[in-house]
Ligand binder design. Structure first.
Ligand SMILES: [Zn+2]
Length: 476
């Protein structure tokens, strides 16, 4: 009895995660079908047909979807899947459910605006998001869950098992097993462990075939260990200038890490007590989900901290500005002050307004704490441009730009190799597929897995199907 694995996204690309796993057919009966992730493609190579076009499989015959985590490139097309006729179960951790609900409603809102601008129908709407969540069944880590529809459909019962990957709150790897114990595991995104919030990623010791992410397959995070000290020093420099400190941050994980570190700096007396504004409705809601699930999913030291302090993200002079009115009032507050707002790459969200106002001022400091995709305003700012185009205006940049490395939520080159090594200890996978990366990163990681660990590593291509048995992995 074999399993089949097909790559319908995230092959040669960082985004658009979408994998299909099928049980072997028995006579006229088909095997069970499980999708892992249903993400949207993002970035410069945005492929419209792959986002708006039909899925490359019969959506109605899919029994279940398992979601690794709530980033848009892993969940962004779930409402479209439902709109196109999927009615199976959707499995995810409870934290992922809460985060994905926020992210997908936000996404539906952005898609509606985009559709109005372009004069066409949106990819999906709020109703599709609602229908999708009516199909969600939450699943905890370390629980073997048989997918019932698979048994009815094709006799080969498939089961699902989740493990923490330390990437963002609720993130998980997915192992799928058939009745004979043949297993495929997919990592989703692997965290940049150790994180101050989440436990380290868990090894996957029981896969016949492993699909692992490789975003940083060819690069290390050189400054991960020193990142907190560098943030502290940069903040001290910025506060001394007396101006505004802008932190464009992604709403999920990055914003909470910044709040956590700021709270620690203030507690330790490393920074004077200056006003901090969390000026992003989405980030405010996401932070509430982090607070809600902290005692369940954070590492034990951090849970102890929560018990002692009540909240690890809030502090007395942090103001969450949910309404437009509260947001606008930030302008009246004199510096030094800190504004954390989305979007992380300065393309949309409330940060644009603050950049237009404060970038021409030499007392301003802008912090860059995340990846800036080519073509985004954030990328231009990071590359030292003297001006940047925001909302149709060319804005002069006189502000100091502080680039801070090491804040990625992804494991780096050496950590990924460690992950692969840990997977080889017990039930040695017959093949490790390197996916969810740029082609060069996928190839580099595959080469290292082969050279350093002596394992078979494969760089998959979009649309390929592989057959996995107890003894072999082969392309069909
Ligand atoms: Zn992710």
């Amino acid at each position: 009895m074999s399993l089949r694995l097909s790559f319908y996204g995230g092959a040669g690309k960082v985004t658009g995660s979408n994998f299909l796993i099928e049980g072997a057919p028995k006579g006229p009966l088909r095997g069970g079908k499980i999708l892992v992730d249903c993400g949207i493609e993002q970035g410069a190579d945005f492929a419209e047909a792959e986002v708006y076009g039909p899925f490359p499989y019969d959506v109605k015959t899919i029994d279940a979807l398992v979601v690794t985590h709530a980033h848009l490139d892993h969940v962004g097309r779930i409402p479209k899947l439902v709109k196109d006729g999927f009615r199976g179960k959707i499995y995810m951790t409870p934290a992922t459910r809460d985060l994905a609900a926020l992210i997908l409603l936000d996404s539906a809102h952005i898609l509606r605006e985009e559709a109005e601008r372009l004069g066409r129908l949106p990819l999906y709407d709020d109703n599709d998001v609602e229908t999708a969540f009516s199909l969600v069944e939450t699943l905890e880590y370390h629980t073997e869950k048989e997918v019932p529809a698979c048994r009815q459909a094709g006799l080969t019962g498939l089961s699902v098992y989740l493990r923490n990957t330390g990437h963002i709150l609720g993130s998980t790897s997915v192992r799928i097993k058939n009745e004979e114990g043949v297993t495929i595991a997919l990592t989703g995104d692997i965290g940049n462990s150790p994180s101050p919030l989440l436990p380290d990623w868990e090894a996957i010791p029981d896969a016949d075939a492993l699909v692992m992410e490789s975003v940083y397959g060819d690069r290390n995070h050189p400054l991960q260990k020193e990142r907190v000290a560098m943030l502290r020093d940069a903040l001290k420099r910025a506060v001394a200038k007396g101006g505004t400190i802008l932190i464009p941050a992604f709403s999920m994980e990055r914003t909470q890490l910044m709040l956590y570190e700021l709270s620690n700096f203030f507690d330790a007396g490393d920074l004077p007590k200056i006003p901090v504004f969390l000026d992003s409705p989405l980030a405010i809601k996401v932070t509430a989900v982090y607070e809600k699930w902290g005692m369940t999913y954070f590492k034990s030291e951090t849970e102890d901290e929560m018990k002692r302090e009540g909240s690890i993200f809030a502090f007395p002079f942090l103001k969450q500005t949910l309404s437009q009115e509260d947001s606008r009032a930030i302008e009246k507050v004199p510096g030094p002050k800190i504004i954390i707002a989305g979007a992380g790459m300065s393309h949309g969200g409330r940060i644009g307004r603050w950049e237009m106002l404060y970038l021409p001022n030499p007392t301003t400091t802008l912090f860059m704490v995340g990846y800036q995709a080519p073509g985004t305003p954030g990328r231009r700012i990071m590359e030292g441009a003297s001006s940047v185009r925001l909302a149709g205006n060319e804005i002069k940049i006189k502000a100091k730009i502080e680039k801070l490395e090491g804040w990625s939520a992804h494991a780096d080159r050496d950590e990924l190799l460690k992950f692969a090594e840990a997977a080889l200890v017990e039930k040695r996978p017959k093949a490790i597929f390197t996916a969810l990366g740029e082609p060069s990163a996928e190839r580099f990681l595959a080469q290292r897995i082969h050279d350093y660990l002596g394992a078979r590593a494969i760089v998959p291509e979009y649309g390929q199907t592989w057959e996995i048995t107890r003894d072999s992995v082969k392309k069909i």
